[in-house]
Ligand binder design. Structure first.
Ligand SMILES: Cc1cc2nc3c(=O)[nH]c(=O)nc-3n(C[C@H](O)[C@H](O)[C@H](O)COP(=O)(O)OP(=O)(O)OC[C@H]3O[C@@H](n4cnc5c(N)ncnc54)[C@H](O)[C@@H]3O)c2cc1C
Length: 408
């Protein structure tokens, strides 16, 4: 038997086993491991604080998405030993492999920032990058009467780089709906020099922030949170006071990656950016947010990456050259409030550009433009995620980015 072991049954790991099972013959034993039995639809966390989704709308049993012919193990992964080609689990068992796929993601780590997890955590200091956080913030917003709401990013990279902007846009809409907008000051504080990493999209997005009367604090790299004084303090000793802080904590790869000596300083696994092959081990791949790819950490990237990987892996395991190359394709709807949204589509070489997607002139989606259709694209995505994407079914979105419809 040849053994393929997949670590992590989130977006990437689940699509990997669904795509590879039909491609690998019965000589292959495929095992997938995750630490809990519930799959989280993380893009849905954005909508929970505003009551658009409830907490049950963003979860499903993980087993519903694992196809037959796959051994699924529920346990925390303790250590990966690439020399012995073995993985130790918290349940006491060891799993051996011929090939390993690391898909353990990246996760919020509030403890990395001094003061963040003090007494004010989940009181005046909140986050929406976990289900518990999104639910606690929904409770807080129900009774919040206004003041300075600061949305801040602690460190880059973090998953879904547009999510804090979307939160800010939705907060503007939500407080307007409640008749509270005049009693709320919205502040967006980022360590970046602009509101987004890519200049053309940054200029569109900062224009929307301006229209919505959001104050922007750039180059704001938080050194500590003073929860007694309710303020963020940056390394250059600037201060941003808040009444309610909604933070994106430092994001780091799984601790097991660091413990096993497989990661960089943020526990992301260094890989070849076109094939996901580990730079250190010829039988280890890392895919999705777990990898150090120089593109967005996003579900769309996980999906397009797996398309490429699933075509390459059977050849690689036969000793043949990997023919497909990942171009860094990322595609993301950006909810902008008041029933509208934007869409961005880009890769390693081409930044998000305006235009139409996927068909030139027709769309139906507009790139870098607020439309109602883009909002419905975002809302439809949850159905596509549960019913098509996770199950590895074909969806009409090519892994490679297309220039059709884009305007330079
Ligand atoms: C608020 C928010 C909004 C988002 N919005 C979007 C969006 O609009 N569009 C988009 O494309 N993406 C979005 N994303 C990002 C997207 O959800 C992630 O990029 C995607 O889930 C990454 O998939 P992954 O498989 O790499 O990691 P994950 O889906 O996070 O899966 C990692 C898995 O590894 C498991 N694991 C980790 N460590 C261990 C261990 N030691 N032992 C056992 N199991 C372990 C975890 O339990 C988890 O199931 C959003 C994310 C958030 C938080």
């Amino acid at each position: 038997m040849k053994k393929l072991l997949v670590l992590g049954a989130g977006t990437a790991g689940t699509i990997v086993v669904n795509k590879l099972r039909p491609k690998l013959d019965s000589e292959w034993q495929i095992t997938i491991v995750d630490q809990d039995e519930t799959h989280h639809y993380q893009p849905g966390f954005l909508f929970v604080p505003f009551g658009i989704y409830g907490e049950n709308d963003v979860v499903r049993p993980r087993k519903d998405f694992i196809p037959s012919g796959i051994e699924a193990v529920c346990s925390t992964i303790e250590v990966i030993d690439p020399d012995k080609q073995r993985v130790e689990l918290a349940n006491g068992s060891n799993l051996e492999y011929d090939y390993l796929v690391i898909a353990t993601g990246t996760h919020p780590r509030p403890a990395e920032t001094a003061g963040l997890e003090g007494d004010a955590w989940r009181d005046t200091v909140h986050e929406f990058y976990s289900r518990e956080g999104a639910v606690a913030l929904a409770e807080r917003l129900k009774t919040w009467e206004g003041g300075r709401l600061v949305v801040n990013i602690m460190e880059t990279p973090f998953k879904c780089p547009v999510a804090p902007l979307e939160f800010t846009f939705l907060a503007d809409w939500w407080f307007a709906e409640k008749g509270l907008r005049d009693r709320v000051d919205l502040i967006f504080a980022t360590p970046l020099g602009e509101v987004f990493t890519k200049p053309i999209a940054a200029s569109y997005l900062s224009h929307i922030l301006e229209e919505k009367r959001v104050e922007v604090e750039t180059d704001f790299y938080v050194e500590r949170v003073d929860t007694d004084g309710s303020k963020l303090i940056s390394y250059d000793e600037r201060e941003v006071p808040y009444d309610l802080l909604v933070t994106v904590p430092v994001n780091m790869g799984a601790e097991v990656i660091g413990r096993s000596g497989l990661g960089d300083e943020l526990n992301h696994v260094p890989v070849d950016k076109e094939t996901f092959l580990s730079k250190a081990h010829g039988n280890v791949f890392a895919i999705g947010d777990a990898a150090d790819l120089p593109t967005s950490k996003a579900g769309s990237v996980a999906h397009f990456s797996v398309e490429v990987f699933a075509d390459n892996f059977p050849r690689y395991a036969e000793g043949l050259e990997m023919l497909e190359r990942f171009d860094g394709h990322s595609n993301c709807f950006i909810e902008s409030g008041h029933g509208k949204g934007l869409l961005i589509d880009f890769n390693y070489d081409t930044e998000p550009l305006p235009g139409k997607f996927p068909l030139p002139g027709i769309g139906p989606f507009s790139l870098l433009e607020e439309t109602v259709t883009n909002h419905w694209g975002k809302m439809m995505f949850r159905w596509i995620y549960w019913n098509l994407l996770l199950r590895g079914r074909q969806i009409p979105l090519p892994a490679e980015m297309m220039m059709y419809g884009k305007v330079r």
